[in-house]
Design a protein. Structure first.
Length: 160
C-alpha cells in the first residue's frame, strides 16, 4: 500500500479544518497509508528582514525534510509549481507507484513558502492555483484532491 504523507508547517487551529482533514484521511484509508505530519513554525517579528525570512525558510525546510518517510518521492507545493488537473494529479500518483516509490510526501511550507533546499530535492513541484489560499484551506484542498486522485485511479464514482 502506497504511503501518502502531507508534511506541513504549523498546526490547524480551527476544529472545522481538522475535522475536514480527518474525514478525508478516513476515506483514504482504503487506498493508502495516509498521514499528516506537522512541524513547528518559526517565530518571526511582525516586519521580518530578508535575512530573518531566509533563516526561517531554512529552519522550517530542515524540519520538513527530516520527516520525509524513507522511499517517498517529494512533491513540493509551491507557487512556481505546475498546475495540474485532478486527472493529472491521479497520473502522478500512479507514476510514483509504478516507478516503485513506497510513498509520496506532499510538502506545504509556512506563510513564507518553502526553502530552496526542499524544492531542489522534490521530484514534483505543484501549484494549486495562481490564487492565494490560507494554508489551512490549502491543506484541506490537498487532502480532497489526493482522495479524488485515488478515486480516479480506482474507477470510483466520486470524480465526475
Amino acid at each position: 500500500m502506497l504511503k501518502i504523507t502531507i508534511l506541513c508547517v504549523g498546526k490547524l487551529k480551527e476544529k472545522y479544518w481538522r475535522d475536514a482533514c480527518a474525514e478525508y484521511a478516513k476515506r483514504m484509508s482504503r487506498f493508502a497509508d495516509f498521514s499528516i505530519i506537522e512541524v513547528e513554525e518559526e517565530k518571526l517579528p511582525d516586519s521580518p528582514s530578508p535575512a530573518q525570512i531566509s533563516h526561517t525558510l531554512l529552519k522550517e525546510g530542515e524540519r520538513l525534510l527530516a520527516k520525509v518517510p524513507n522511499g517517498s518521492v517529494i512533491a513540493a507545493m509551491c507557487i512556481e509549481g505546475k498546475q495540474r488537473s485532478s486527472e493529472g494529479l491521479a497520473e502522478l500518483v500512479e507514476i510514483a507507484a509504478v516507478e516503485g516509490a513506497s510513498g509520496i510526501a506532499f510538502v506545504i511550507g509556512g506563510s513564507w513558502g518553502l526553502s530552496d533546499e526542499v524544492k531542489k530535492v522534490s521530484k514534483f513541484r505543484l501549484s494549486m492555483s495562481e490564487m492565494t489560499f490560507p494554508h489551512q484551506l490549502a491543506r484541506v484542498m490537498l487532502c480532497e484532491q489526493i482522495y479524488r486522485a485515488f478515486q480516479i485511479n480506482s474507477g470510483g464514482k466520486y470524480h465526475k
